[in-house]
Design a protein around this ligand. Sequence first.
Ligand SMILES: *[C@@H]1O[C@H](CO)[C@@H](O)[C@H](O)[C@H]1NC(C)=O
Ligand SMILES: *[C@@H]1O[C@H](CO)[C@@H](O)[C@H](O)[C@H]1NC(C)=O
Ligand SMILES: *[C@@H]1O[C@H](CO)[C@@H](O)[C@H](O)[C@H]1NC(C)=O
Ligand SMILES: *[C@@H]1O[C@H](CO)[C@@H](O)[C@H](O)[C@H]1NC(C)=O
Ligand SMILES: *[C@@H]1O[C@H](CO)[C@@H](O)[C@H](O)[C@H]1NC(C)=O
Ligand SMILES: *[C@@H]1O[C@H](CO)[C@@H](O)[C@H](O)[C@H]1NC(C)=O
Ligand SMILES: *[C@@H]1O[C@H](CO)[C@@H](O)[C@H](O)[C@H]1NC(C)=O
Ligand SMILES: *[C@@H]1O[C@H](CO)[C@@H](O)[C@H](O)[C@H]1NC(C)=O
Ligand SMILES: *[C@@H]1O[C@H](CO)[C@@H](O)[C@H](O)[C@H]1NC(C)=O
Ligand SMILES: *[C@@H]1O[C@H](CO)[C@@H](O)[C@H](O)[C@H]1NC(C)=O
Ligand SMILES: *[C@@H]1O[C@H](CO)[C@@H](O)[C@H](O)[C@H]1NC(C)=O
Ligand SMILES: *[C@@H]1O[C@H](CO)[C@@H](O)[C@H](O)[C@H]1NC(C)=O
Length: 425
Amino acid sequence: MSRYAAFVLFLALGIEIHVSHGTEVSVNDKDGKLCLYANLMVNFSVSYEVASNKNETVEFELPSQVPTNGSACDATSSTLKLNFGEGHSWSMNFAVKENTYQADSITFSYNLGDSTVFPNSVSNETASVTMKPHITDVGLDTCYSCKSKDMIQSDSVNQTLWNVLIQAFVSNGSKSDNLTTCAADVPATTIAPTAAPTPTTTPTTTTAVPVTNSTSPAPPPTTTPTPTLPSPTTGKYSIKPDENSTACLLADFGLRIGFKQGDKYQEMNLDPNGTVASGSCGVNSSELVLVSNSMTIMFTFANDTKKFRLHALNVTAKPSSGVVFSEVNSNLSLWEAAVGSSYMCNKEQNYTITNLLTIFTFDLQIQPFGVKKGVFSTAEECFLDSDLSFLVPIAVGVALSFLIILVLISYLIGRRKSRTGYQSV
Ligand SMILES: *[C@@H]1O[C@H](CO)[C@@H](O)[C@H](O)[C@H]1NC(C)=O
Ligand SMILES: *[C@@H]1O[C@H](CO)[C@@H](O)[C@H](O)[C@H]1NC(C)=O
Ligand SMILES: *[C@@H]1O[C@H](CO)[C@@H](O)[C@H](O)[C@H]1NC(C)=O
Ligand SMILES: *[C@@H]1O[C@H](CO)[C@@H](O)[C@H](O)[C@H]1NC(C)=O
Ligand SMILES: *[C@@H]1O[C@H](CO)[C@@H](O)[C@H](O)[C@H]1NC(C)=O
Ligand SMILES: *[C@@H]1O[C@H](CO)[C@@H](O)[C@H](O)[C@H]1NC(C)=O
Ligand SMILES: *[C@@H]1O[C@H](CO)[C@@H](O)[C@H](O)[C@H]1NC(C)=O
Ligand SMILES: *[C@@H]1O[C@H](CO)[C@@H](O)[C@H](O)[C@H]1NC(C)=O
Ligand SMILES: *[C@@H]1O[C@H](CO)[C@@H](O)[C@H](O)[C@H]1NC(C)=O
Ligand SMILES: *[C@@H]1O[C@H](CO)[C@@H](O)[C@H](O)[C@H]1NC(C)=O
Ligand SMILES: *[C@@H]1O[C@H](CO)[C@@H](O)[C@H](O)[C@H]1NC(C)=O
Ligand SMILES: *[C@@H]1O[C@H](CO)[C@@H](O)[C@H](O)[C@H]1NC(C)=O
C-alpha cells in the first residue's frame, strides 16, 4: 500500500522535481533491496588553470540523471557515488556511529580534460578534492533533510548543497518517513523563499508555506541553551622562520575546547577566520601560538631525536561570561610521530589536558619539525584512522593465551625440577 502511495505521490510531484533539477537516486544492496536513497542538488564552482598563472572559474550543476556505479552499502558504512559528464564523479561516504550516522567525506573528481566543462584547461588530468560535509548525528532509520544551502569550500572547489534528502542506511528496503532536519532549516520562518518553493519529495511541502511536519522529535524552535556546536572550521596555520623562507611548521585542524568553570561546562570552537598564528621553529622545541578574539592557545612541541610530540599546551579562553579561564599542562605526550614526517588524525579526537580542560580536534595534520619546501611530509596516521583498530581485541586475546601457555610451561618445568630435586636427595 505505502509503496503505491509513494508511487502516486512521486508521479504527482514528478513535474516539480523535474523543474527543480534535483538529482534523485536509489542504491540497492546485493539482494536487490533499497539500501541508500538520495535526492539532492549540488552546484560546483571550480577554479582551474588556463594559461601559466591564469585561473578561470566555472560553475555547473550536478545533472539530474546520473548513474550510481561504484555505490555500495553494508551495515555500518555506505558510499554514494554519482558519475557524470566525461569522467567526473561525486561521492559521499557514510558511517554508522552508535545510534546515528554521518557523512565522513565528500570526494569530487573532475576531469580537466573535458573541454566542454573546462575550456582551455592547461591540464588534462583528473583532479580530486576531498572535503568534510556538515552532516552528522543523523538518527538511524531517518532521512537527513536540509533545504538550506550548505557551502563547502576548499582551495579550488566550492560546492553548494541544498534541497538535500538522504537516507544512507535503509533498513527493510523502504525509505523512512522520519526526518532528521539540519540546524539551518530549523528557524525556517526567517527565510522567505523568493525562488521556487523547494519542491522536494517531502509530501507536506506541496504548498508554498514552509510548514515543517516531520515525525522526528522536532528540535525546540526557541533559543536552545547549549546544543551541540557545529564542527569547527578547519584552520591552516604555518610558521616561517623569516619573511623569505618557506614554512618550517605546519598545522591544519579544526579545534574545540571544552572547559569547566565551577559547575558550568562549556565548549567553544576556535574560528580560524581572524585567528593569528605566530611561533618559532627550533631544533629541540617548536612553538605555535594561536590568538583569536576568544582564546589564546600555545602549543609546544618537543623533538626527542627520533620522534616529536606535543609536549605542552597553554589554553586561555575568554567566554561570554567574561571570566577568563586558563589551564596549562607541560607534561603531555600527544600527536607523536617520527621527526621528518607529519602526524595526521582525521577522525574527531578528544584529549583530556587537565581535569578542567579537554580539547577536541578535527581533521588534524601537524608537522612541527623538518618541513621541506613548505609542504607536509608523509603522514603517520593516528590509530583510529587506520582500519586496524579491530585488531585490538585479537591482539589482546593472543597476548593473553600466550601468557597462559607461558605460565603453564613454567609451572610444568618447575614441577619437574622440584620432583627431580627430591629424587636426587
Ligand atoms: C569559494 O568561495 C569563496 C568565498 O565565497 C571565494 O572567495 C572563492 O573564490 C570561491 N572559490 C571558487 C573556486 O569558487
Ligand atoms: C546553481 O547553478 C545554476 C546554474 O549555474 C544557477 O542558475 C543557480 O542559481 C545556482 N544555484 C545556487 C544555489 O547557487
Ligand atoms: C594529456 O596531455 C599530455 C601532454 O599535454 C598528452 O601527452 C597526453 O596524451 C594527454 N592525455 C590525454 C588523455 O589526453
Ligand atoms: C518514526 O518515529 C515514530 C516516533 O518516533 C516511531 O514510532 C516510528 O516507528 C518511526 N518510523 C520509522 C519508519 O522509523
Ligand atoms: C502533521 O502531520 C500530522 C499527522 O500526519 C497531522 O495530524 C498534522 O495536522 C500535521 N501538521 C501540520 C502542521 O501539517
Ligand atoms: C627578503 O628578501 C628581500 C628582497 O628579496 C630582501 O630585501 C630582504 O632583506 C629579505 N629579508 C630577509 C629577512 O632575508
Ligand atoms: C571572516 O570574517 C570577516 C569579518 O568578520 C568576514 O567579512 C569574512 O567574510 C570572513 N571570511 C570567511 C572566509 O568566512
Ligand atoms: C631533532 O633533534 C635531534 C637531536 O637533538 C637533532 O639532531 C635533529 O636535527 C632534530 N631534528 C630537527 C628536524 O630539528
Ligand atoms: C638539543 O638537545 C641536545 C640533546 O638533548 C643538546 O645536545 C643540544 O645542545 C640541544 N640543542 C639546542 C639548540 O638546544
Ligand atoms: C599561558 O598563557 C597565558 C596567556 O598567554 C600567559 O599569561 C601564561 O603566563 C602562560 N602560562 C605558562 C605557564 O606559560
Ligand atoms: C609527567 O608524566 C609522567 C608520565 O605521564 C609522570 O611519570 C611524571 O611524573 C610527570 N611529571 C610531572 C612533572 O608531572
Ligand atoms: C572522547 O572520545 C571517546 C572515545 O573516542 C568517546 O567515548 C567520548 O565520548 C568522547 N568524549 C566526548 C566528551 O566527546
